[in-house]
Design a protein around this ligand. Structure first.
Ligand SMILES: [Zn+2]
Length: 125
């Protein structure tokens, strides 16, 4: 294995890191959606109509842009499993279709294979 060098714990360690990195790149948006679902769950438990901070679900792995939405607004995004919540300007028009534009955020729909993957990873499916 080309990646293996003496001093590394094992070839399996290298494979694991590579796998994790690819998974992060491929499923970053779904990961942040899962985080947002947790925020949503907490918000529902606390009750009330005040806005909560959700996280941008764009494909940039180091983006932690906060987006302030009410629960109703967030539920609207989650109504379709292919829709994602992004900070305005974070959309990738090559793989995403902007379906709604708001002041601070946009709602995008995943195209093609990315859309199917998004459906597969839908935490509510
Ligand atoms: Zn972003």
């Amino acid at each position: 294995m080309k990646e293996f060098h003496p001093g590394r714990p094992s070839p399996g360690y290298v494979a694991h890191v590579t796998e994790a990195r690819e998974a992060r790149l491929a499923h970053n948006e779904s990961v942040f959606r899962t985080v947002n679902e947790s925020i949503n769950g907490i918000a529902i438990a606390l009750g009330g109509d005040q806005p909560y901070e959700f996280i941008c679900e764009c494909s940039t792995s180091d983006c932690f842009e906060r987006l302030v939405l009410t629960l109703a607004e967030y539920e609207h995004v989650r109504a379709d499993g292919a829709y994602f919540l992004l900070a305005a300007g974070h959309e990738d028009i090559e793989v995403e279709l902007v379906v709604e534009t708001h002041d601070a955020y946009v709602i995008v729909e995943k195209d093609g294979v990315a859309g199917l993957a998004a459906h597969d990873a839908d935490p509510r499916a």
